[in-house]
Design a protein around this ligand. Structure first.
Ligand SMILES: Cc1cc2nc3c(=O)[nH]c(=O)nc-3n(C[C@H](O)[C@H](O)[C@H](O)COP(=O)(O)OP(=O)(O)OC[C@H]3O[C@@H](n4cnc5c(N)ncnc54)[C@H](O)[C@@H]3O)c2cc1C
Length: 300
């Protein structure tokens, strides 16, 4: 194993020790992206797009919950979660991107045939493989559905091995709901509890209104055998975790995905440090019992 691959060997599992370890894309230098083409762009909401790119030859594959560094020459590079599962397509990779600043604006302006730089995948993943035999509760807020989407796709493929399966999804308004066609398709799966809510309804919205945690009483699950995956704004994750723990879900079976200012993605620069943890190398997906002391400190 090369020095670079030792340092970069964070594509594997810290939660599922027996699984194959994936190594990030290898180029001449570990921080150099490889270039690949955009194959499809779809607008999701007023400020969010999903972009599919061709899988580069050197890309080793990814797991649900991992992220890539996407690079637009002359603009910059940012971490973006992987929004597709390899079980859907081995040839292309999806990222769902909200336009907030210079790099994300340049990314969502890309069109079919344009080139984009990619390095990755990085980080820990949702332990989908450990969900067999458990009830599974997935809770997503806003853009947090993007990193959870590949986990949901894989959980649905594992459906027969799971107990109860629920996805609770909340967005600010009906216009902010991602993947609306897919949500409608998932609704048709008979033994999948999919509940959607918005913070503010509109005249045409006849669904649930309220924060996502208000959906929890509406699903059936056995807390002691539940594994939960949660991603969204930190305040939403705090309330969701608190609610699940109060119902008896064990803290080591609750997983959250954290976001911080993240630059190198390989555990060197320290920008994404959270206490003794690096979001890029130890996370972004953490079991709650591991991250609890830092998770509760605001702005850390
Ligand atoms: C592990 C990880 C996974 C991520 N996955 C995704 C993803 O799947 N899709 C996605 O769109 N973004 C994702 N992000 C966030 C994304 O990396 C940032 O939005 C991006 O770095 C902003 O770069 P910029 O140059 O466009 O804007 P900047 O100039 O860096 O920021 C512009 C403004 O937006 C604010 N801002 C930065 N990040 C966010 C944010 N996440 N939400 C709201 N405001 C923000 C900044 O504070 C600043 O005020 C992820 C971040 C991490 C750490």
């Amino acid at each position: 194993m090369t020095e670079a691959s030792v340092n970069l060997n964070n594509g594997g599992s810290m939660h599922e020790g027996t699984e194959t370890v994936l190594e990030p894309t290898t180029t001449a230098h570990p921080l150099t992206p490889v270039f690949t083409r955009v194959v499809r762009v779809r607008r999701e909401t007023k400020d969010t797009w999903t972009i599919w790119i061709e899988r580069p030859d050197v890309y080793p594959g990814h797991r649900p919950g991992q992220f890539n560094m996407l690079y637009v020459p002359g603009v910059g590079e940012v971490p973006i979660s992987i929004a597709s599962s390899q079980r859907e397509s081995a040839a292309r990779i999806a990222h769902t991107i909200r336009r907030v600043g210079p790099v994300t604006s340049a990314l969502v302006a890309l069109r079919k045939g344009d080139y984009v730089g990619i390095r990755g995948p990085y980080g820990s993943h949702w332990p989908v493989g450990s969900a067999a035999g458990h009830d599974v509760v997935v809770i997503a807020g806003g853009l947090g559905l993007a990193p959870l989407r590949p986990a949901v796709v894989e959980l649905l493929k594992l459906r027969r091995k799971l107990g109860a399966l629920a996805l609770l999804y909340g967005a600010r308004t009906p216009e902010d709901l991602l993947y609306q066609r897919e949500l409608a398709k998932w609704r048709q799966v008979l033994d999948f509890q999919l509940l959607v809510t918005v913070d503010r309804g509109t005249r045409d919205w006849h669904g649930h209104v309220g924060v996502v945690t208000t959906l929890i009483p509406g699903i059936s699950f056995d807390p002691s055998r539940t594994i939960a995956f949660i991603c969204g704004p930190e305040i939403m994750m705090r309330f969701a975790v608190r609610e699940l723990l109060s119902r008896g879900v064990p803290p080591n079976q609750v997983y959250v995905s954290l976001e911080r200012n993240l630059q190198c993605a390989v555990g060197f620069c320290g920008h994404c440090q959270l206490g003794p943890k690096f979001i890029c190398a130890d996370g972004p997906v953490f079991p709650y019992d591991v991250i609890e002391p830092y998770f509760l400190v605001k702005q850390l």
